[in-house]
Design a protein around this ligand. Structure first.
Ligand code: LLP
Length: 433
């Protein structure tokens, strides 16, 4: 608990946002995702305020893939963030949350015609162009709707980062964006520069996720400017916007040592400033797209402990009522999490156990070798840092209904996603009788 932004209350229970986690588990059932909204706001403001302090024009777009629900997008709206969506479903959620259209940016390496049509119909602020098909579909749709739109060109700067390879999206061998090294980015630039209806505002790059150093961002800016300086000298192209993506790391376990949000912003701003001064062009607006670093540490998941299997001399398996269906990260990325017993976080640790999920899959293990006190059936386990990519990656394996989401702020709790019912699980099934 020392590494996580939560306390133990007077009853000796884990507390989140001024609420007793046991009360929440009781009221809403488990598994339960709980967010401390004030932490979400703090994270968002840390980015926004650093840009303000540096007196730089900027946009902070929340990467909604990390956790997209109507309530979350309303919080993002209240915090004056922009929004990054990558699918019709994420855009639909944004529209349902009445998110200001002009603050929505659309991504995606395979945007469908329908997605582009919907984006343009709703006059969203920007589309990030990922490939040539995007350009063709956007052109067609703009003509049909008689409109124009701002775009960024997504490029891959070709940097490799020390992170899990599944979440490495900035390297050259990537499905995302246009490669800088082989001239593909330049080709796309030529199609878009001085286009009638597509306004090319600048470049986008995203170098990876769960990054703990600022060097990668500095190098990415260097690489972008290598290209931009050519486009400037050959075509007088001056970028109005540089979007440097997201990927700022958070703490899952004590071994993670994240930098303050402001460090990433400072390094990126300074790098862009240096290059734009050298080129003698105005400082472009800087956009970032953090997802995990806005919601990750604000969320925890509560589970009820069930069966306990002890294999003497080998291991004790402690099963909980959720697992890979509500948090696939351990199974998919071997991601590590920390947890405490919410009904007694301060109890003396006596044992190491492994927390097993409920799904029929040996790989459904949430935490290996977790130090715990003596456990009992019915104890509540709280897993930390589950705010990003847990709910948003949930599945229905074994026909488990998706868990509920509760927001807590200043001692007030509010259900923001209802627990699915079994009727929901079968609602699209049709009969074959
Ligand atoms: N912008 C772009 C273009 C992205 O591809 C991503 C993440 C982000 C922003 C936000 O990155 P963040 O700040 O959240 O790191 N499911 C994986 C993470 C996948 C990230 C995909 N792209 C996980 O659970 O670790």
């Amino acid at each position: 608990i020392d590494h996580h932004p939560f306390q133990v209350n007077r009853n000796g229970h884990l507390e989140i946002g001024g609420m007793d986690t046991l009360e929440l588990a009781e009221r809403y059932g488990t598994p339960l995702y709980v967010y401390d909204v004030s932490i979400i706001r703090q994270n968002a403001r840390a980015f926004v305020n650093t840009f303000k302090e540096m007196n730089v024009k900027a946009k902070v777009a929340y990467a909604s893939k990390a956790f997209s629900t109507i309530a979350m997008l309303q919080v993002a709206k209240q915090e004056n963030l922009c929004l990054d969506v990558i699918s019709e479903g994420e855009l639909y959620t944004a529209l349902k949350a009445d998110f200001p259209r002009e603050r929505i940016h659309m991504h995606g390496n395979n945007k469908s015609h329908q997605e582009i049509k919907m984006a343009i119909e709703n006059n969203i602020g920007c589309i990030v162009i990922d490939n040539l098909l995007d350009i063709k579909l956007i052109e067609e749709e703009l003509t049909r709707q008689n409109k124009t739109i701002d775009v960024l060109l997504r490029v891959t700067p070709g940097i490799e980062l020390k992170t899990h390879q599944y979440i490495m999206t900035g390297n050259e061998d990537s499905k995302f964006g246009f490669n800088l090294q082989n001239g593909q980015a330049k080709e796309a630039f030529n199609l878009l520069n001085q286009h009638d209806t597509i306004n090319l505002k600048g470049l986008h790059c995203h170098i990876g996720s769960q990054i703990f150093e600022t060097e990668g961002f500095r190098v990415a800016v260097d690489i972008l400017f290598d290209e931009l300086s050519n486009w400037y000298s050959e075509y007088d192209f001056v970028p109005e916007v540089l979007n440097l993506g997201g990927g700022f790391g958070i703490r899952y376990t004590k071994d993670d040592d994240p930098l303050p949000h402001s460090d990433y912003v400072r390094v990126s701003v300074e790098a862009v400033k240096k290059h734009s001064e050298a080129l003698q062009i105005p400082m472009p607006e800087i956009w970032i797209e953090p997802g995990r670093s806005i919601v990750g540490n604000a969320g925890i998941t509560l589970y009820t402990i069930g069966a306990i299997k002890n294999i003497p001399g080998v291991r004790e398996y402690v099963s909980v009522d959720g697992g890979m269906t509500d948090n696939i990260r351990p199974a998919l990325y071997q991601a590590k999490f920390e947890a405490v017993i919410a009904n007694n976080p301060n109890a003396k640790v006596t044992n190491e156990v492994s927390i097993a999920g409920k799904a029929c899959e040996s790989g459904d293990m949430l935490i290996w070798d977790l130090p715990v006190p003596k456990l009992n059936h019915g104890d509540i386990l709280a897993v930390f840092s589950t705010g990003a990519y847990s709910y948003s990656m949930a599945s229905h394996y074994n026909r488990l209904p998706n868990a509920a989401v509760v927001f807590v702020e200043d001692g007030v709790d509010k259900l923001v996603v209802e627990r699915e019912k079994f009727e929901d699980v079968v609602k699209n099934d049709l009969s074959y009788e």
